[in-house]
Design a binder for this molecule. Sequence first.
Ligand code: GRF
Length: 220
Amino acid sequence: MSNRRLKVAVLVSGSGSNLQVMIDAMQAGTLPIDIIGVISNREDAYAVTRATTANIPVAVLSHAPSGKRMSIATFEKHALAQLEAWSPDLVVLAGFMRVLSAEFIHAVPCAMINLHPSLLPAYKGLDTHARVIRSGDKHHGCSVHLVTPELDAGQVLTQAWLSVDEHDTAESLGKRVQKLEHQLVPYTLELIAKGVLDLDVIMAGQIDGFVSLPYRLWLD
Ligand code: GRF
C-alpha cells in the first residue's frame, strides 16, 4: 500500500461542484492529492472560476482562434498536449460532457476515471434520475469507473447508493445523488492514492485481487 501524493488533472464542462470538493480536500490536507491542472471545454463553466480562485492552472479549450467552436478532434489534440505537459498520475472526468474518442482515451498517459450519476451498469448516458423515477427503481446512486472507449462501460471502481423515496422526483433525486457524489469522489481518490485500488493492475485486467469491486458506500 503506497502513500504518495497523486498528481490529478480534472476535465470539466459545468458547475464543478465535484472539483470544488477535491480542491477543498487538497487545501485542507485531508486528501493526498495535488490538482495540477483543469481543462474545460467551456469558457463559461463555473468550474473555471473555481479553479482560478484556487490558483490551479486552467486550460480552456472551447474555441479555435477563428472564433469557431472547437471540434472534438481539435479539443483532444490540445488536451492531450496539455496532459502530456502536466504529466498527471490520474485524469478525473468530473462533469465533463463530451464523448471522447478511443484514440484519445488510449493516448492519455495515465489512468482516467469518470463520475457517473447512476448505479452502473444501469442507466448509462444522460437523464439518469428521470429514468430511475420512470422505472420505479428502489435504489439509485453514483459510480466512479475507468474510462474506456465504450461510453460509461469501464470497470466500476466505487459506488454510493441511496434508497429512492416514494416522494422523490428527478430533481430531488438529482440533489440527493449530488451529495453522494461529493462523498464518493474523495473516498475513491483516497483508495487510489493509498494503493488500495491499483488502477494499473485493474487496467491490465488482473482484477482477481479485486473480486469485491465496486467498493460500495451506502449513504441514505
Ligand atoms: C455530476 O452529476 C456527474 O455525475 C456528472 O456531471 C455532474 C457534474 O457536476 N458526470 P459538477 O460539475 O461537479 O457540479
